[in-house]
Structures are given as structure tokens and as C-alpha cells.
Design a protein around this ligand. Structure first.
Ligand code: KPL
Length: 305
């Protein structure tokens, strides 16, 4: 029997997983908003790395949680980090608490809130380096760059639910299961702290962010703050290792428009509060230098005023 998955958040990452999962699984999109009737979301998937491959077409039903007739076997939460905790809370007013939940958010902060509010729910984190862009009104999802997704349990309730992950490991997307996802979450946070705000402030692609005068001026101090963050998190990286990771991702995703710049361009709230905001507050709480992360947090927030 196939499992039935529900994906909450029909942005680029949600649509990417839906498109790759539908060949084997039954997938619906789910919303916490009321809907007068289920809707059909139609889009095509373009694989930018295989320009001659035909685009696949997808038609996926969007259902409202309030009127759902059959509960899904597990949920992928692909909303932005700032709405993740409230959305999770709203979902589990209707769902059995034992339904496994996979958290795809960037940054750190939302994961901790959900861990505190849903202790009985098997919670997993996903850390992804897939590059995908979806810009309505275009109905094409652009799978811009192939990456890898690491999945891992976040709480004791998730420890005996490896079965829930099987469907996610069996698609044509590259995915792995790890027993300790925390170092991946912290290292991804560090990469996002170093790339995303500069792309947003300079309105540039990832590869150009590390060439901006501001990045070059900030980098010695930011690299030191990020290395100290990794040591506090018990996922230690030397300053050289931080630099190697950040530069490798900026290079491998050089043509990407970061998720933060996509948000700024479409005048949506950014995830800055869970990225540099989380980093500066964590450093400050532990008596470490944090001024570059704080300045980036302030300056990206100011873009919206
Ligand atoms: O995760 C990303 C993002 O855009 O949020 C990076 C790694 C910067 C790739 O674009």
C-alpha cells in the first residue's frame, strides 16, 4: 500500500517534493486556511540541469485541514520559518498527534518552538541544498540545481519512526537519513548567515554575494562569529572550515537567487529573524561577539520599511 503524504506550503521546495514524490506516493497539498472546495494546483517541472528533458506536468489537490476526510500518514511542513510554528500548532488541532512531521525550514528557531509545543509528535528535520525557484504567475517550477537532503529525527518520539522516512528516501531526489541532524542544521544556518543577507542587500546572485565590498569588509569578523557559533553548538568549525563551506556553496549555487532575495523581490517577509537574528541572539546569550550578525539582521529588516 502506498503512503499518503501531505505537503503544507506550496512554494518552491513544497512543489519540488510533490513533483518528485507523486510517481510513487499519493500526495496532496494541505492548507490551514479555509477553502470552499478542494482546488487543483497545476504546474510543470523544468530541470535546468537537463535542458533537453521534457517538462513533467503536475496536478495536485489542495485540501483544507478543516474539511479533510482521511488523515495523511505524514506531513512535510515546507512553509517559511516565520509561519512554521503557528501552522504546525493549527494542523495538530485536527491531526492525530502521532502523525510524523518533517520540518523543512531554513535557519533555527522555528524547530525549537515546534519541539516545545508538540512533544508527542514524531518530529524530523530536513536540511536541503536543492535549488528551486517558483515565481507565480508563471506555472513552471525551475529545479535550478541538484542538491542533497539530509533527514534526521529531532525528538525521542521520532526515534522509532524510520519507516516514515522511506518514501522520502525513494525518489529521484538525492536524500539521506542521519541519526544526528543537528550539525547539519547548524552548518546550514552558518551558510545562510553568510550568503543570504548579502544577496538581499546587494540584490545579487549567490556567487556575486561574496564578491561585494560589504561582504569582503565584514568577512573576517563574520567568519569569526560563525566559527564561535559552531563551537557553542557543539558542531565545531574552524574559521578556515567556515570559509571553505561558505565559499563552496556560493560557488556551487552561484547562479541561484537565494530564498531571501526571492522574498525581498516578491515583497514577502524574509527569514532573517531565524537566520542572522537567531545567530546574534545565541551569540549574545553566550557572551560572544555578535555585531556583524546583528547589523545584517537590522539592515535586511530595514529593506521592508
Ligand atoms: O539555502 C539557500 C537559500 O537560498 O536559502 C542557499 C544555500 C543560499 C542556496 O540558495
Amino acid at each position: 500500500m502506498t503512503t499518503s503524504l501531505a505537503i503544507v506550503g506550496a512554494g518552491s521546495i513544497g512543489r519540488l517534493w510533490a513533483a518528485y514524490l507523486t510517481s510513487e506516493e499519493h500526495v496532496d497539498f494541505l492548507t490551514t486556511r479555509p477553502l470552499s472546495a478542494p482546488q487543483t494546483l497545476t504546474y510543470s517541472l523544468k530541470q535546468a540541469f537537463s535542458p533537453h528533458a521534457p517538462q513533467s506536468q503536475h496536478q495536485i489537490t489542495l485540501q483544507a485541514i478543516e474539511t479533510l476526510e482521511q488523515f495523511p500518514s505524514h506531513i512535510l511542513l515546507c512553509t517559511k520559518s516565520h509561519s512554521a510554528a503557528n501552522t504546525a500548532l493549527e494542523l495538530y488541532k485536527h491531526l492525530p498527534h502521532r502523525t510524523p512531521l518533517f520540518l523543512f525550514q531554513n535557519g533555527l528557531g522555528s524547530q525549537h518552538k515546534i519541539l516545545n509545543t508538540l512533544p508527542e509528535t514524531p518530529l524530523f528535520a530536513a536540511v536541503t541544498t536543492e535549488g528551486a525557484n517558483f515565481h507565480p504567475p508563471s506555472l513552471t517550477l525551475n529545479h535550478a540545481g541538484k542538491g542533497t537532503t539530509m533527514f534526521g529525527p529531532l525528538n525521542p518520539a521520532a526515534q522509532h519512526h524510520e519507516d516514515a522516512i522511506q518514501a522520502l528516501l525513494n525518489t529521484n531526489l538525492s536524500a539521506q537519513l542521519t541519526n544526528d541532524i543537528w550539525p547539519s542544521l547548524w552548518h546550514k544556518l552558518i551558510i545562510n548567515c553568510a550568503i543570504n543577507p548579502y544577496t538581499a542587500l546587494a540584490d545579487c546572485k549567490n556567487g556575486d554575494a561574496i564578491k561585494t565590498p560589504r561582504f569582503q569588509q565584514d568577512w573576517p569578523n563574520l567568519r569569526q562569529e560563525l566559527s564561535s557559533l559552531s563551537r557553542l553548538a557543539e558542531a565545531p568549525l574552524s574559521e578556515q572550515e567556515v570559509e571553505a563551506k561558505v565559499f563552496a556553496v556560493a560557488t556551487s549555487t552561484s547562479e541561484n537567487i537565494s530564498s531571501m532575495l526571492q522574498d525581498v523581490r516578491s515583497e514577502k517577509p524574509t527569514e532573517i529573524d531565524d537566520i542572522n537574528g537567531f545567530a546574534f541572539r545565541y551569540l549574545a546569550e553566550h557572551g560572544k561577539s555578535y555585531s556583524v550578525n546583528k547589523q545584517l539582521w537590522e539592515d535586511v529588516n530595514a529593506l521592508r520599511h
